[in-house]
Design a protein around this ligand. Structure first.
Ligand code: MLT
Length: 329
């Protein structure tokens, strides 16, 4: 028989272990009991921020608590990535991310976390980029843009959302396909980069359609092509890259939501249902369509679907990015 003093920790351990499943069930039943933070890895007002705020607003109805946006910028989303990876796995901190943050960054940066090791919550939407230029750029179409870039060899500038970001990677592929040379100017997100393009401080951008479509429509930037094999329903006047003269430069920028690794399945499921309910709202469907965003069918929004989509994208893009020798600096 153990003396009283030494039996107590053993009893506590045994009781603790026996109550664990009940504790987890109780936690899931009461989740969420307070507001949830959604980390946005780029500047406010940019494409990821815009999608995050739309989804967050509608998640509130299912969750009964607000989803508060926190913009953590820097290094193409990797500052936010580390913060999200190290957050408590309790469902109260989640992150939105995309092709850049949860695929490309893993091939380009030496990270202290693994982009594949978050708990997937939902695949939200996908949309192409637009190749756009400052309003006073002399080129009127993509072929003229290529000519102008060649004539201005090395002096032209392209704004990006950070070194190694999707805008940078797409720009490098464009350079390779067109034999052009220009330099990249990194920003803390596509929002501030677009502001500088409108003010003619930089020349061009490979920008998510959701960011620049409103400016294209209002004529404050020029659109030369959409990086897809078909035109956007919301902007049928913009030719595809195939039509405009740089065939095959296809970039599909997909967004998803993740929780930290180890977040209990019941909590992930509650969050996932809230995102899917938001995506089914007619107002969200309409707004996303206006932004050139295609929402996947419900069976392709699930955590499992996001996991396999991300894995397929990693398998496809990591070898391409590594062989293109794209560096973060
Ligand atoms: C942003 O919100 O700034 C963008 O998602 C960045 C990007 O294009 O990767």
């Amino acid at each position: 028989m153990l003396p009283e003093i030494s039996r107590r920790p053993f009893l506590q351990f045994a009781l603790g272990a026996a109550t664990l499943p009940f504790a987890s069930a109780a936690r899931a039943e009461t989740f969420p009991a307070r507001p949830i933070t959604m980390i946005v890895p780029f500047a406010a007002g940019g494409p990821t921020d815009v999608l995050a705020r739309i989804i967050a607003e509608y998640m509130r109805a299912s969750l009964g608590h607000p989803v508060v946006i926190e913009n953590i910028t820097g290094a193409s989303g990797t500052v936010a990535g580390l913060r999200a990876a190290r957050a408590a796995a309790d469902g109260y901190t989640i992150t939105i991310g995309h092709w850049g943050t949860h695929c490309l960054n893993g091939a380009i940066y030496q990270l202290q976390y693994d982009v594949r090791e978050f708990a997937p919550v939902a695949l939200i939407a996908s949309g192409p980029q637009l190749i756009i230029g400052r309003p006073d750029l002399p080129a009127q179409n993509l072929k003229e843009l290529v000519g102008w870039l060649k004539a201005n060899g090395g002096k032209a500038t392209s704004g990006t959302a950070g070194p190694g970001s999707g805008a940078h990677v797409a720009g490098v592929f464009f350079q390779q396909l067109t034999d052009t040379n220009f330099s990249f100017v990194p920003y803390r997100g596509a929002g501030p980069a677009l502001n500088d393009l409108m003010a003619s401080h930089i020349d061009i951008m490979f920008d998510q359609a959701s960011n620049s479509l409103p400016q294209v429509k209002s004529g404050t930037v020029k659109a030369f092509a959409v990086t897809a094999s078909s035109r956007l329903a919301s902007a049928p006047e913009i030719p595809t890259v195939d039509e405009a003269g740089v065939p095959g430069l296809y970039i599909a920028y997909w967004h998803g939501i993740w929780a930290p690794k180890g977040t209990p399945d019941e909590i992930v499921s509650t969050l996932s249902k809230a995102v899917m309910a938001a995506l089914a709202e007619p107002a969200v469907v309409k707004r996303f369509a206006q932004l050139g965003q295609e929402i996947p069918p419900p069976d392709k929004q699930s955590p499992a679907a996001l996991r396999s989509h991300q894995a397929a994208e990693v398998e496809k893009w990591w070898p391409i990015v590594k062989s293109a020798n794209i560096k973060a600096e």
